[in-house]
Design a protein around this ligand. Sequence first.
Ligand code: ADP
Length: 389
Amino acid sequence: MNEAILALNAGSSSLKFGVYDIGCPGEPRPAARGSVEMGLPAHIKAEAEKGKPLVDRALPNGSLEDVIEAVLTWIETESGERRVTACGHRIVHGGTLFFDPIVLTPEQIDAIDALSPLSPLHQPRSINPIRAIARMRPRLRQIGCFDTAFHRTIRPPASRFALPRAYERKGIRRYGFHGLSYESIASRLQAEGKSDRRTIVAHLGNGASLCAMRNGASVDTTMGFSTLDGLVMGTRCGALDPGVLLYLLQHEGMAPHELQHLLYEKSGLLGISEMSADMRELEASADPKAREAFELFVFRATREIAALANTLGGLDCLVFTAGIGEHSGAVRKAICGRLDWLGVAIDDDANLRHAPTISTPASTVEIRVVPTDEESVIARHVLKATSEI
Ligand code: ADP
């Protein structure tokens, strides 16, 4: 029987997972990947690494525990002769306490949970599957991998807010997120011997951010203290004048929880288009508001790319990744079109084909499309953390 690692990546409405065989020396070997759309009924879908469908069916019960049990049972009984010996989790916030992946003890789970005020919507999504597995399979080793960790290399002034220093000592600083995704891209560039260039990675999904990298390390990023900062996102506002918040609190009588709902769930592409947070729907729509949402998304992305090029002192490589970055030729073309002053020149044919390199030979910036793979990063961390025990 194969020993396997389960890598879990819990999102707002879905639970992505990867199954990796271990036992042979070297890297964990990818065996299957899938996702569960939460709801009643929930729906599990998985395919083998080579794209062969493995399962596609409704799960009558939609509770998190039922879903995790169904995933574990599917891995251990239907997907092959496997026994899950460790489970890795993407954890959004490590604060100033957690950087390296850790084996999760009850005390550490509580300490991670205590960081929830720093990320009120996302941290509980990370914690809930951990607690569920701790209840259901208390002997299964669980490893936490932190999205903030990749950005530990960001230093002042990039990490700093212009607030009195006492607030920085309280942990009010720029952390940065999507770190496992950036680590995935950084290791890919490193494998190609291309990590020494001034690189900006654009992780454009429902959540969206940019990371400026030098020698494979983060030197600046667009998300800050929270996952709200920076780019326009599906339902999040991105960078906003803090005066707007004061105005809404003081003069519109908004309660903090209403403000949170507005900024995280009603803004961004959805707020501007008044139609959808989904880039595919906006691109397909003839409604001028959908076009305006697209244009704002692109404008703000290019404004932030220019800001990060400033941090890097120039730009050699621009990488697109995540749902929009990997699949939307229209967004890539519009972004690159606004950056021609920076030496960015896109090859339209290569872009339409979603080719790995989409710059023209004359472009001074290499433009890449690289699929992100957070689950494989988690699996590698799990293997390392468990072999060190
Ligand atoms: P999450 O942050 O939830 O992991 P994803 O990385 O899966 O998000 O990205 C989701 C976004 O990607 C959605 O806005 C979706 O519309 C967009 N997307 C996926 N495929 C395409 C496509 N072919 N064209 C344009 N946008 C796409």
